[in-house]
Design a protein around this ligand. Sequence first.
Ligand SMILES: [Zn+2]
Length: 270
Amino acid sequence: MFRPGVVPPERSDGEKLWMLVQRDRVLFREADAALAGPDEAARLPRTGAAHFLGHLDDREVWTAGVPDDADAGAGWRFWDLFAVYGVTDEETWMAAGRAVQIIEWERTNRFCGRCGIPNELSPGERSMRCPQCRLLRFPQLSPAIIVLIHRGDDVLLARSHRFPEGLYSALAGFVEPGETVESALKREVEEEVGLQVTNLEYRGSQPWPFPNSLMLGFFAEYAGGDIVLEDEEIAAAEWFPVDDLPNVPGGISIANRLITSWVARHTGAE
Ligand SMILES: [Zn+2]
């Protein structure tokens, strides 16, 4: 089990695991996707500080950035998070997503955005502080909604221009400053497919470290309107009967969980 933390234990003498991050990839052993240990941490150069992430069972987990041109070493590999999903266990995968975001935060906040001088890590909390103007920078999260719209026996699924051919998913979009999550959801649905929805039902969340989203999943009931696509973003949107769905995203995503749980509920399996 992964228990997150910021301040390392006072007596830090247990076994340590290392999430060594190169760009958006994490070092794992080639053969079995095991995490790195102190040997790899000592061998590889770093781009910044070592950050305590928490405990995975009784082992401390640390992360540090590695330069883009550093070689993983024989038997090791910097794995893309998508590629390593299902190869490691879910807890490790989630912790790796956290590591990637912490290192990205460190790399993109090296200087104060207000006065331009180098930031310092704040002791005792996950923030960077400007020693001159005291501006604090916490790791950034971008909340986004993802919504499965239902109407009787049908659900609305859409494809973005970026999707592989034939793949459909639930609608998603970022929450904007000043918006509630609910109003963001209604706005996104209206903008992307021209529909109105009601009876929003929160179904859980998922950190999505590509690069720093927090996906908030909902069911919503169709309330009115005809499908009108926002052409720049949406390539197609259609109503599909739950027993005849197109290709949808895999188990890694909250989109998959939303669709699967709706089908289960609708067919009486939930
Ligand atoms: Zn400053």
